[in-house]
Design a protein around this ligand. Structure first.
Ligand code: DX5
Ligand code: ZN
Length: 216
């Protein structure tokens, strides 16, 4: 595990009428990445943005775009999102009918390969493929909506991945705040996504520092 914990504010909780300004606010607060939630209304019931908006965000972003694809048939879209300007791409294990083929399609984009699992999905199916995965996103809520409560039972999956020697990034997303972040870090997560808690801070920089932990 790398020693540094990265913080990725989720733009899902930002003002969608002013995304450029919201990205600047997150960057000024010390955000390491922008977390961008792409939802297709099929894999998850909610609907957000697609490649044109990702491209617009990429033109304005000063830190990497961490694009979380909550979409069906992710392999068919990997290249489109990479071309749009996603710096990092994460797709859901549950959404890929042919997982090895999806891994290949995402690796072919040249971007780090991220794989997400929703709370009911274990990490055992990922184990044979971990040498081809740069980041595992352990969802701490069911993907689809911001503002849900953290599900502590998923922490065991983070510990399991580290016990197997997985040295890539482990990201957690959903219900991350000042109380749940220390538990995520202790389990071995090193990328923390936060939407409603972080964007709800008057002092977002203090919020980012709190989530990152360690010396201020
Ligand atoms: C949920 C998204 C999250 C969401 C997190 O499906 O993947 O990124 O924005 O929001 P909070 O931090 O409010 O739980
Ligand atoms: Zn997300």
């Amino acid at each position: 595990m790398s020693g540094s914990v990265l913080v990725a504010p989720s733009l899902l909780a930002a003002d969608f009428a002013d995304l450029g300004a919201e990205m600047a606010r997150a960057e000024a607060a010390g955000a390491d990445w922008h977390h961008v939630d792409v939802m297709d209304g099929h894999f998850v019931p909610n609907l957000t943005i697609g490649p044109p908006v990702v491209a617009a965000l990429a033109r304005r972003a000063a830190v990497p775009l961490d694009v979380h694809l909550m979409i069906e048939r992710p392999a068919e879209w990997a290249e489109r999102y990479a071309e749009a300007g996603a710096d990092r791409l994460t797709f859901h294990y549950e959404a890929a009918a042919d997982f090895p083929a999806a891994l290949e399609a995402f690796a072919a984009t040249g971007r780090p390969v991220g794989v997400a699992v929703d709370p009911p999905c274990g990490v055992e199916p990922l184990r044979p493929f971990l040498d081809r995965i740069d980041l595992v996103l352990v969802m701490s809520v069911k993907a689809g909506f911001g503002g849900q409560s953290f599900r502590p039972e998923v922490l065991a999956k983070v510990e399991q991945l580290r016990s197997w020697g997985f040295a890539g990034r482990i990201e957690m997303d959903g219900g991350i705040d000042d109380r749940t972040a220390p538990r995520c870090r202790a389990a071995g997560a090193d990328v923390l996504v936060s939407g409603s808690w972080l964007f709800g801070r008057e002092d977002m920089a203090a919020g980012v520092a709190t989530l990152r932990g360690g010396p201020a």
